[in-house]
Design a binder for this molecule. Structure first.
Ligand code: PEP
Length: 247
C-alpha cells in the first residue's frame, strides 16, 4: 500500500509559547486531512507544550546529542526528547552541519542514539550551490548518505531521508522538477544499497523553499514522499496550504 505523504514543519529557532496557537490550528486542520501525515519540529522549549496542544500531528525535535547523558552543557539527549513528548528527531540539517561543524559520522551517531531511545529519525542531506554547479550534487549526496545513515535490522522502518539542497533553503529558489526527480531516484538507489529491499519503504522528503504555490508540483514528482518545510511552516495558514496540496 502506498504510504501517506509526510509533511514536516521545521520551526528552527522560532517560536515562544504564543506560537502554540499555530500548532493547535495545524492539528485541527490535520484532523480533516487524514490522507497526509503531518508533523512539526518546534524548538526544544516547545516540544512538551506542543504535544499537549496537538493530539494528532507528530511532534519532533531538530537535533539531539549522540550521548545518553553526561557532561554536555546545553545539549539534549534523545531520551530527554522522548520523555518530553517527541516522536522523532531531525538530524544533519545543513544549518547544523554548517553552524556546528557536524560531520556525517556525528550525524550517524545522533541517528543511532535517537533510534536506541525509541525515536524515528529524519536524516538531512543536500549539496551546496558550488557542488551542484560543478556537477557533484549526486556524488555529494551519495557520500552524505553513506556516512550518515544508521544501518541494521528494522532501521529502514524508522528512517526518513530529507533531500534539501543547501542553496534552496530559505532562498525562494528551488531545483527544476527534473533535478528533484533525478536526485530522488539516486537517493532511492542508495537506500537500496544500504537497506536492501526495505530501502524501498523509506520516505524521501524534498526540502527547500516549499510553499503552497509550488507544493503540488513538487509533491507529485516521482519518489518524492513529502516535504520538509521551514519558513512556510511558521503559520498554520501557509503550512495547511502545503498539507492541502499533498492530498
Ligand atoms: C529547512 O530549513 O528545512 C527548509 C526547508 O527551509 P525553507 O522551507 O524555509 O527553505
Amino acid at each position: 500500500m502506498a504510504q501517506r505523504p509526510y509533511i514536516v514543519g521545521n520551526w528552527k529557532m522560532h517560536g515562544t509559547r504564543a506560537m502554540l496557537s499555530e500548532a493547535r490550528a495545524i492539528d485541527r486542520a490535520a484532523e480533516r486531512l487524514l490522507k497526509v501525515e503531518v508533523a512539526i519540529a518546534p524548538p526544544f522549549t516547545l516540544i512538551h507544550a506542543s504535544r499537549k496542544e496537538a493530539s494528532l500531528i507528530g511532534i519532533g525535535a531538530q537535533d539531539c546529542h549522540a550521548a545518553e547523558g553526561g557532561a554536555h552543557t546545553g545539549d539534549i539527549s534523545a531520551a530527554m526528547l522522548k520523555d518530553s513528548g517527541a516522536g522523532f528527531v531531525i538530524v544533519g540539517h545543513s544549518e547544523r552541519r554548517a553552524d556546528h561543524g557536524e560531520t556525517d559520522a556525528a550525524v550517524k551517531a545522533k541517528a543511532e542514539a535517537a533510534l536506541a531511545a525509541g525515536l524515528s529519525v529524519i536524516v538531512c542531506v543536500g549539496e551546496t550551490e558550488a557542488q551542484r554547479d560543478s556537477g557533484e550534487a549526486e556524488s555529494v549526496v551519495a557520500s552524505q548518505l553513506q556516512g550518515s545513515l544508521p544501518r541494521g535490522e528494522g532501521v529502514a522502518d524508522r528512517i526518513t531521508v530529507a533531500y534539501e539542497p543547501v542553496w534552496a533553503i530559505g532562498t525562494g529558489r528551488t531545483p527544476t522538477i527534473e533535478d528533484i526527480a533525478t536526485m530522488h531516484r539516486s537517493i532511492r538507489a542508495r537506500l537500496g544499497e544500504a537497506y536492501g529491499e526495505t530501502g524501498a519503504q523509506v520516505r524521501i522528503l524534498y526540502g527547500g523553499s516549499v510553499k503552497p504555490e509550488n507544493a503540488s508540483e513538487i509533491l507529485a514528482t516521482e519518489e518524492v514522499g513529502g516535504a520538509l518545510v521551514g519558513g512556510a511552516s511558521l503559520t498554520a495558514e501557509s503550512f495547511v496550504g502545503i498539507i492541502v496540496a499533498a492530498t
